[in-house]
Design a binder for this molecule. Structure first.
Ligand code: SAH
Ligand code: SF4
Ligand code: F3S
Length: 476
């Protein structure tokens, strides 16, 4: 789930290296501190969110952030295991860190996140200069593990937890635009999609206490943030039970609680699972202007037999019914998706079903991949990865080409419409233009105007569109 929100990733979807980013936050630099950490993050938005928790814990330990790895005492890489390519990228980065360490002995190198969890102590055998291996539920043990590693011992903790949600840790916003932020509302995943490594690297699903979520969102709003994205692998199964009263809060209720903080605080969420998204959630979205009309609803495949092999627990008809309900209850909602090409035994006809599903659902954008077998998953154990790579890639290219066409049409359809846009900053290409998103999560570029600044809302009329971006002018 690469949620870096840089618009559509159609051209980049098979290139995990694009998901890396270097985090840096000057405010974190404590004047008295002379120790520095450097962190890179890969993978889904949950990993980026975890790096902000790690930064907070390191801040307490007296470490300041640096964006220069040569200046750091501690180099961390927060890793992803979702596809083989993601792991290859991490190993390449570790070669780079090795060199830094050779130049500056004493620098500690730590592997965090999903690859740490998947490979555990094997990582220490495979990667000669790694000092720390810390799984996603073990970040609270950083102080002890860093102390151990400084003393020359390897620091390893890959214990998964049934309770850890880091609810009380106030994340340090890294690389932030000061307007949009991500909030983890749950961890882990209880689904066992047969292709997926996440349940093994992230453990059992657990929901974070809702009041800490609302408090975090309120604090962000008070600091000037205007959009929060509630994160989980399957947000629709969010369920928190008050241990004393046994009262429960479900995802629709959590959305409503967050949206009530302020009408100017936009609320987004990701990822929705087609089997769990309820009409209650859709009606909550429709009833509140500030809950964005955008749903990421990964289909994976448009064919019922393949979906069954994938253990997605819905079929083609079920998915279509969910899409119809979304468009019925929220007519201007945009839907996006994830697709996997060339899953075990997928035939050409079954691949065609994915293409026809894309036409049916009219996705505004998609993240598209070819199947990459992951050791230990149900699919790896039960099915043969029998689709040759060239066929996987050809099918993927067909999917990407079609999505480009659908996105182009989707965007062309917006020409002439006026949207409320939250300004996120300067456009990448020109500091004469702003960039911002509409409720449907589409990026719109428009000329700046006096009195407007990042973090403000304005109305923009769309004048032009490509498959990736909208262009527009201000409507006063
Ligand atoms: N929780 C989200 C998905 C998280 S992983 C959901 O259920 O939709 C993000 C995406 O990576 C998945 O939706 C899937 O499309 C893709 N993916 C996961 N495992 C994969 C694998 N083994 N090979 C190729 N793509 C995979
Ligand atoms: Fe993986 Fe499925 Fe869980 Fe998503 S819902 S994280 S694809 S097991
Ligand atoms: Fe995310 Fe990758 Fe882990 S997608 S949950 S960082 S395997």
């Amino acid at each position: 789930m690469n949620r870096n929100n840089s618009g559509t990733l159609l051209d980049k979807s098979i290139d995990e290296t694009k998901q890396g980013d270097v985090f840096f936050q000057e405010q974190l630099a404590k004047k008295e501190s002379n120790k520095h950490f450097y962190i890179e993050s890969y993978g889904c938005q949950m990993n980026f969110s975890d790096s902000e928790i790690v930064a907070s814990i390191l801040g307490e330990m007296g470490y300041a952030a640096t964006k220069d790895m040569h200046q750091s005492d501690l180099i961390l890489i927060n890793t992803c295991s979702i596809r083989e390519k993601a792991e290859d990228t991490v190993r390449k980065r570790l070669r780079v860190f090795d060199k830094v360490k050779e130049q500056k002995p004493g620098t500690l190198v730590g592997v965090l996140g999903c690859m740490a969890e998947r490979l555990k102590t094997k990582l220490l055998e495979q990667e000669r200069l790694v000092d720390l291996v810390i799984g996603p539920d073990a970040y609270r043990s950083l102080p002890q593990l860093v102390a151990d590693a400084s003393g020359g011992e390897k620091g390893v903790n890959v214990l998964l937890s049934r309770e850890e949600t880091y609810a009380d840790i106030n994340p340090v916003r890294l690389n932030s635009n000061g307007v949009t932020a991500f909030i983890s509302i749950m961890r882990g995943c209880n689904n066992m999609c047969s292709f997926c490594i996440v349940p093994f690297t992230r453990g059992r699903e657990r929901s974070r206490e809702p009041f800490s979520i609302v408090a975090e969102a309120t604090e962000l709003f008070n600091k000037g943030y205007r959009e929060v994205t509630l994160l989980g692998q399957n947000v629709d199964s969010y369920l928190w039970e008050n241990p004393e009263t046994k009262e429960t809060v479900n995802f629709a209720q959590l959305l409503d609680l967050t949206a009530k903080i302020h009408p100017d605080l936009r609320v987004r969420f990701s990822t929705s699972h087609p089997k769990d998204i309820t009409d209650e959630v859709l009606h909550t979205m429709a009833s509140r202007e500030n809950i964005c009309n955008y749903i990421h609803l990964p289909v994976q495949s448009g064919n019922s037999r393949v979906l069954d092999l994938m253990n997605r627990t819905y079929d083609r008809d079920w998915y279509m019914e969910r899409v119809e309900s979304i468009y019925r209850i929220i007519p201007d909602c945009a839907i996006s998706s994830d697709m996997i090409a060339g899953f075990c035994t997928e035939t050409e006809e079954e691949h065609q079903d994915t293409l026809s599903m894309m036409e049916f659902a009219k996705y505004s954008m998609s993240y598209m991949f070819f199947y990459s077998e992951r050791p230990g998953t149900l699919a790896a154990r039960k099915y043969e990865d029998d689709i040759p790579l060239d066929i996987k890639k050809r099918r993927l290219n067909e999917i990407i080409r079609l999505q480009n066409q659908i996105s182009f049409k989707h965007n062309q359809n917006d020409i002439g419409k006026t949207f409320r846009v939250l300004i996120e900053g300067d456009s990448k290409k020109s500091d004469q233009d702003f960039k911002g998103r509409n409720s449907q999560n589409k990026m719109i570029i428009f000329p700046k105007s006096e009195g407007l600044k990042t973090g403000m809302y304005c109305n923009v009329k769309v004048t032009d569109a490509t498959s990736a971006t909208l262009k527009g002018t201000l409507v006063v």
